[in-house]
Design a protein around this ligand. Structure first.
Ligand code: FPP
Length: 245
């Protein structure tokens, strides 16, 4: 849903994005630089995820989507995938405690049915417990891929057509976006990718059509709240034209 910058909240003279997406990249390199196992990088990344999430909520961001595990991440060594699963479990238990106090609603985007059953139960618990929260919406992209999300939405629409609930000729972009995991939420205004890589890597493919991208040559565990402030300042200084002049 493209809106003008004027629709976003304001902080001083800054224009705050309504929705921020973050690709939390560089955990492995952070660990490698310190001669630590990659899992130590993910742990440091998870701690930073908590800090940045709370900060976003504090400054008035309405939606935050973080890329925690992609559909392609299963191809990593079994040991690393196992370490990530344990970390997700631990941090989701923490999320239950401290995000709840901060009125954050946690949602999961991606095919969570592929996760171990214990983790799936926790995911459901976090979603249900935080559903009444009225503050920032935190979307955790887990086993998420933009193409998989669009394919899933197309299948759901086709099923609705087959059951006579929808007509192909009536389909609009906005109507289609309701079939996505993020249905009903505004599109991201700003997407941040630390670690020096400058690509989208299958993150929010449909939703990022008009997002502003800000890249940082900083590894995710080293990405501080002041860097987020800088990303917002860069975003705020850009002119968004949404295809107009
Ligand atoms: C990419 O860095 C990061 C990941 C694949 C995992 C991100 C997960 C976390 C930060 C934990 C978050 C926890 C919760 C509960 C959401 P990389 O390993 O690709 O780094 P590299 O490119 O330097 O190897």
């Amino acid at each position: 849903m493209a809106g003008s910058k004027k629709q976003a909240g304001e902080q001083g003279s800054l224009v705050l994005p309504t929705h921020i997406g973050i690709i939390m990249d560089g955990n492995g390199r952070w660990a490698q630089k310190r001669f630590l196992p990659r899992s130590a990088g993910h742990r440091a990344g998870a701690q930073n995820f908590r800090t940045i999430t709370r900060y976003c909520s504090k400054i008035g961001i309405k939606y935050l989507t973080v890329y925690a595990f992609s559909t392609e991440n299963w191809s990593r060594p079994m040991e690393e995938v196992g370490a990530l699963m344990r970390l997700f479990k631990e941090y989701l238990e923490e999320a239950l405690r401290d995000f709840m106090d901060e009125n954050i609603r946690v949602r999961f985007i991606g095919d969570v049915s592929a996760f171990p059953s214990e983790l799936q139960e926790l995911i459901q618990e976090v979603e249900e417990a935080s559903a009444p929260k009225t503050g920032m919406v935190l979307n955790l992209a887990m086993n998420y891929g933009g193409r998989a999300e669009i394919t899933r939405a197309a299948k759901a629409f086709a099923q609705d057509v087959a059951q006579g609930k929808a007509k192909p000729e009536d389909l609009t972009e906005e109507g289609f976006s309701r079939y996505l995991y993020t249905g009903g939420q505004p599109d991201p205004d700003l997407i941040i990718r630390p670690s020096g890589e400058e690509r989208l890597s299958n993150f929010l493919l449909w939703q990022s059509a008009y997002a502003e991208f800000v890249y940082f040559d900083i590894l995710w565990p080293d990405f501080k709240t002041k860097d987020l402030d800088q990303a917002i300042a860069i975003y705020s200084s850009r002119q968004r034209r949404f295809g107009g002049v």
